[in-house]
Ligand binder design. Structure first.
Ligand SMILES: Cc1cc2nc3c(=O)[nH]c(=O)nc-3n(C[C@H](O)[C@H](O)[C@H](O)COP(=O)(O)OP(=O)(O)OC[C@H]3O[C@@H](n4cnc5c(N)ncnc54)[C@H](O)[C@@H]3O)c2cc1C
Length: 575
């Protein structure tokens, strides 16, 4: 008798499970159901469909050979036995091993029996509990239906859109809509920071500055109080604690929660916030039921704590593993495992790209590490090569053990940044890398792609100098604060950049800024009141570090602004 496999959810995880399982074990009888009309679409492409970079919605549902991945494709080409759309799972009976499902069009219910069940129900957007939520033109961005409705509204013409949230979807949508359609875009968020649990205040500032260049208006640290409607019952205004903002459309992108009600009702072990609990084989507390994707709680391999990581990349990789396991295991090595994740992500902004892996400083501290986040700026390729970008990289380190806990970055060239973040992601995933490992990581070099001392290695070197106590740095925000309080804090500021800019600052802020070129340092120092506190800034941090060492040799302590004026510029800060 064929083993019966039932899969609930047929977008990222479910379809991967079905096709992998069938390839390994054609003798399985697979039923795949989904409550939606569209299956196996690239949800991650929705922001690019909204922006119209992807012209037709079915491009998100096609294979690279231009074939639509609809139910017929799965039954005829992939030989999945039964594919039922607009079919909702209502209840799991674990004792008798069946699921009650309902056809959403006919309302007919049936029991589907399984030997092994796979849960890939994904997640649902979190909604604010405020007045006016039911108004027309307030949507989420959870599926292709939402994406279609928003795009149609853009095509009809709209002036003002409000996006609520500070995470991936919110930012990607804001960039797409403001850039391609010229719509006035306002992003409202509760947190002071962009991507609050992923980046530092410095990178958050860079994201804000990047978005502001696309004329995206960002309102931080405000609560939504109400949506106001017009005479047609459509939203026309969003009321927050301090603002009233015009809105023809509102997109709710405030984060997600796993769709775990069905699993909870069936008595499967769940984490209250992060989803269904699974073991390393991606089995739930019932070994005949597997789960993956947005639905599950994952172990963070660095903090060892539970987390939810709603990413298409996760769902696809887990789908392959579950597919192998329900097929009876890998023919050579048996059951496949998914030990957890470190959390690796990337996102295209307006001018640049932001990416990261592992923990940011806040999460690392919460997990009990003695963490510090060290940022630096360096060109992504040889300084003499004509095309290059200044890359911002930050490494999060445990000061005691020098263990690396995470890395985040921002760069105009997203591909260059991705190469470095991905290298760190792999190091974090398979070991416990230290600063020594980062400084000595063997990465490829040729001038059109990198420097001989790659920005990746250099990041380790800078962090090593700081953790060792050779260099003392402050964040760009701390430099701003020192400068803002210059009349009372007894600080002077050395500008160690080459060229004329330092002279301009010296003239603009006499008795506070001093131009101090590395080449004429001793002479320049004669005019500096060395009895005061000293903060040094240069172009990227390197020259300032060398000045700092020269001062230290004279017994004078100073601080260096991490990333220099390059980091300031990316944050939109001018002196
Ligand atoms: C706008 C946007 C952009 C994104 N960009 C990226 C990106 O760039 N990179 C990245 O890695 N990830 C991205 N993601 C996240 C990614 O799309 C999800 O992590 C991924 O789709 C999760 O896959 P899944 O199979 O777990 O769930 P889903 O893809 O959500 O599929 C779950 C399916 O189960 C169905 N279902 C739920 N309950 C039932 C039920 N009771 N009965 C029947 N069917 C049910 C749902 O209707 C749904 O069709 C993005 C998401 C969005 C919304």
């Amino acid at each position: 008798m064929h083993k019966k496999i039932l899969i609930i959810g047929a977008v990222a995880l479910g379809t991967k499970v079905a096709t992998r399982c069938k390839r390994l074990n054609p003798n399985t009888e697979i039923t795949m159901i989904d409550q939606g009309s569209f299956i196996s679409y690239g949800g991650c492409g929705m922001p690019y469909y909204l922006s119209s970079e992807v012209e037709h919605i079915d491009e998100l549902q096609k294979t690279s050979a231009n074939v639509l991945r609809n139910p017929q494709f799965f039954t005829e080409v992939k030989e999945i036995d039964h594919v039922k759309i607009r079919t909702k799972a209502l209840e799991i009976n674990r004792q008798e091993k069946y699921v009650v499902v309902e056809n959403l069009d006919t309302k007919q219910q049936e029991k589907i029996y399984y030997d092994e069940l796979v849960l890939g129900m994904g997640s649902t957007p979190i909604l604010p509990k405020v007045k006016g939520l039911e108004l027309k033109n307030i949507t989420t961005i959870a599926g292709l239906e939402d994406a279609q409705a928003i795009r149609q509204h853009c095509e009809k013409g709209m002036n003002d859109i409000v996006i609520i949230g500070a995470g991936f979807s919110a930012i990607e949508i804001a960039v797409g809509l403001s850039d391609m359609w010229g719509i006035n875009c306002t992003l409202i968020k509760r947190s002071p920071r962009m991507l609050p649990s992923l980046v530092s205040p410095t990178i958050s500032d860079m994201i804000k500055n990047d978005l502001s260049q696309a004329n995206i208006n960002i309102i931080s640290e405000e609560e939504i109080l109400e949506f106001v409607g017009n005479e047609n019952g459509a939203v026309c205004e969003v009321v927050t604690s301090n603002h009233r903002i015009k809105a023809d459309h509102v997109i709710l992108a405030m984060g997600i929660r796993p769709n775990m009600e069905l699993a909870e009702k069936a008595g499967l072990a769940c984490h209250a916030k992060y989803g269904v609990l699974v073991n390393e084989y991606l089995q739930t507390s019932d070994p005949n039921i597997y789960a993956g994707g947005d639905l599950i709680a994952l172990k963070n391999l660095i903090s060892n704590q539970e987390m939810n990581l709603p990413m298409g990349s996760m769902a696809n990789r887990q789908g392959r593993i579950i597919g192998t396991n329900v097929a009876g295991g890998n023919p050579v090595i048996g059951m496949e495992t998914f030990p957890g994740a470190v959390g690796t992500w990337i996102m295209k902004l307006n001018n640049g790209t932001v990416s990261g892996t592992g923990l940011n400083e806040d999460l690392a501290k919460k997990a009990g590490f003695d963490a510090i986040s060290i940022s630096m700026e360096q060109l992504d390729r040889a300084h003499f090569y004509p095309e290059k970008s200044m890359m911002s990289l930050e490494v999060v380190v445990d000061k005691k053990t020098r263990r690396i806990l995470g890395m985040q970055g921002y760069c105009e060239d997203g591909t260059a940044l991705k190469a470095r973040i991905d290298a760190m992601a792999v190091m974090l995933q398979i070991g416990k890398p230290t600063l020594h490992d980062l400084s000595n990581a063997e990465v490829s070099y040729s001038p059109p792609f990198a420097s001989a001392m790659d920005v990746f290695n250099a990041c380790g070197n800078v962090a090593d100098n700081i953790v060792t106590g050779l260099a003392k740095f402050i964040t760009p925000q701390e430099f701003d604060e020192l400068f803002a309080q210059k009349e009372t804090n007894n600080y002077v500021f050395l500008d160690a950049r080459p060229g004329l800019d330092p002279k301009k600052l010296e003239e603009k802020y006499p008795n506070y800024f001093y131009a101090t070129s590395l080449e004429t340092f001793e002479k320049d120092l004669e005019k500096v009141p060395l009895n005061k506190n000293i903060a040094i800034i240069c172009n990227s941090g390197t020259r300032a570090y060398e000045c700092q060492l020269k001062l230290k040799a004279k017994g004078i302590q100073s601080v260096n602004s991490a990333g220099g004026m390059q980091a300031m510029k990316k944050r939109g800060k001018e002196y």
